[in-house]
Design a protein around this ligand. Structure first.
Ligand SMILES: [Zn+2]
Length: 266
């Protein structure tokens, strides 16, 4: 019997199509999701690699940069922050100031520091405010795209206009306020992270997932032990059967608008 890795390799070979838009063109590129820049010094296990068309692969570089910067800056590791990590954060900040300066301006205005108790020690951590523009333009679309990749990794499916992906971003600040979705987390039984041999980057990105119920893939991902996103993926028709899913931030795909938000019916 083929191993999971062999089945995936076979799938990628037989389906040289974009996992985000289902583009039937064979001109595909290799997409790393989560992206390489999310990992310190872009040092990332050879894992979670996908076929993607040029447009989908290159459409979210600024989002990748901003998410990497925010999640590393707010990870609860400042007390043992080493020089190399700090240098990498500086590099990301230069990138953000070049491509998305508004994010830095927003942080200066609204963010600060707070202390959290971790492993018996009080640790300093950056407090990132949930600015609406940041959520709508960066965090949610990034989570939607990453969730599609995780789903494809686990199910060997590719996304198209018949599917929706719904997302909910949870910052460290909201986690501290007790909105961590503990019930959802306990319902998700399968665990995964990026691994290559014995090298595991779970401290930078890890996720739990399940097809908690039939036809609905649910995933909770944790990034640099600081931010989380909760996402689910199913066929669009399920939104009619399960109206409560409509209260989430739902995205779908079409050729004109690419990955875009589904407007909520009142
Ligand atoms: Zn595509």
């Amino acid at each position: 019997m083929a191993t999971k890795r062999e089945r995936r390799e076979q799938f990628l070979k037989e389906n040289p199509y974009c996992i985000f838009c289902g583009e039937n063109s064979r001109k595909t590129t290799k997409e790393h999701s989560p992206p390489r820049c999310l990992f310190f010094n872009k040092h990332r296990p050879k894992s979670h690699e996908f076929n993607a068309c040029y447009k989908c692969n290159n459409g979210s570089r600024e989002q990748d940069l901003v998410v990497s910067f925010l999640t590393i800056a707010s990870s609860n590791v400042f007390n043992d922050f080493d020089r190399a990590k700090s240098d990498y954060l500086d590099k990301l900040m230069i990138g953000v100031s070049k491509y998305a300066k508004w994010v830095l301006d927003m942080l200066e205005e609204e963010s600060g520091q707070h202390y959290v108790l971790k492993d018996g020690d009080w640790r300093r951590t950056a407090k990132i405010m949930m600015d609406k523009r940041l959520v709508v333009e960066v965090l949610e679309p990034w989570a939607a795209k990453t969730a599609i990749a995780l789903w494809s990794e686990q199910t060997c499916e590719r996304f198209n206009e018949n599917y929706f992906v719904s997302v909910n971003w949870i910052t460290n600040a909201s986690t501290l306020k007790g909105s961590y979705p503990a019930e959802v987390a306990s319902a998700l039984k399968k665990y995964s992270s990026l691994k290559q041999g014995s090298w595991n980057t779970a401290d930078q990105f890890q996720y739990i997932f399940d097809t908690a119920e039939e036809n609905l893939f649910v995933v909770l991902a944790e990034i640099h032990l600081s931010h989380l996103f909760l996402a689910s993926i199913g066929k669009i028709a399920l939104l009619d059967e399960r109206p409560e899913l409509r209260s989430w931030n739902n995205f779908t795909f079409n050729k004109e608008e690419r990955l875009h938000k589904i407007l909520q019916a009142d």
